[in-house]
Design a protein around this ligand. Sequence first.
Ligand SMILES: C[S@@+](CC[C@H](N)C(=O)[O-])C[C@H]1O[C@@H](n2cnc3c(N)ncnc32)[C@H](O)[C@@H]1O
Length: 237
Amino acid sequence: MNQRTRGLAPEEETVTLARVTGETGGDLVLRRVGAHYEIYSNGVFLMDTRDGTSEREMVRASLAALPKGRSHARVLIGGLGVGFSAREALDHPRVSRVDVVELEPQVIAWHDDELGEAADHVHRDPRCRVYNADIVAWLAEAASAAEPVLYDVICLDTDNGPDWTVVENNDRLYEAAGIERLSRLMAPEGVLAFWSANAVDAFEGLLRDRFTSVEVVEVVVARGVPDVVYLASDPRS
Ligand SMILES: C[S@@+](CC[C@H](N)C(=O)[O-])C[C@H]1O[C@@H](n2cnc3c(N)ncnc32)[C@H](O)[C@@H]1O
């Protein structure tokens, strides 16, 4: 089991910009370290602005996997973080709408300040809507709508991965029932992606049970095992 460990640079000047109580009842912290920003939840490193390669790759690879000619793509992103994934989607010429669901109101608010510069204030783009909600509940409601809004690409990056969720309830995103719910929100020939700090074979098995096509993309990182992006498409009927 791995976590994102890119946020360690003790020699740089560290300033705690904010410390608040998060939605889970624990500390939510924003730090500036040198020229970069780091977010921690309950002492667990969530995300920083140093290197968003795999967070961007999750979106880029998902969009690349759409059928040729698909335009005006609609993208759903679970977890705003520092906004790298949302920025990647907004910068793609085939994307016309990006919905982001973020649990922590404070993370969203920090994007109005200096943190927002890292991804060029994604929430100010008229094509982007940032919803302050728990994506587990948000998905349940969206999937049970009589006529659900369907997404060409759904990217989930709320945790260190299926085997290490930051919030216990997030386990539900990676279970068979959660994957089923997500599949109901996919547009025809759409793509569902999950970010993980390491490969999780049991989770890959669940995806293969539900989807004909599952691709495991490894993204090399400076330290430790590669980050992993799971891409699933073509739900079994
Ligand atoms: C690792 S960061 C996302 C990184 C993002 N891909 C980026 O490019 O910066 C995870 C984010 O998901 C949020 N999150 C965690 N659990 C969530 C949930 N149940 N619903 C919505 N957002 C959640 C966290 O508050 C955090 O902002």
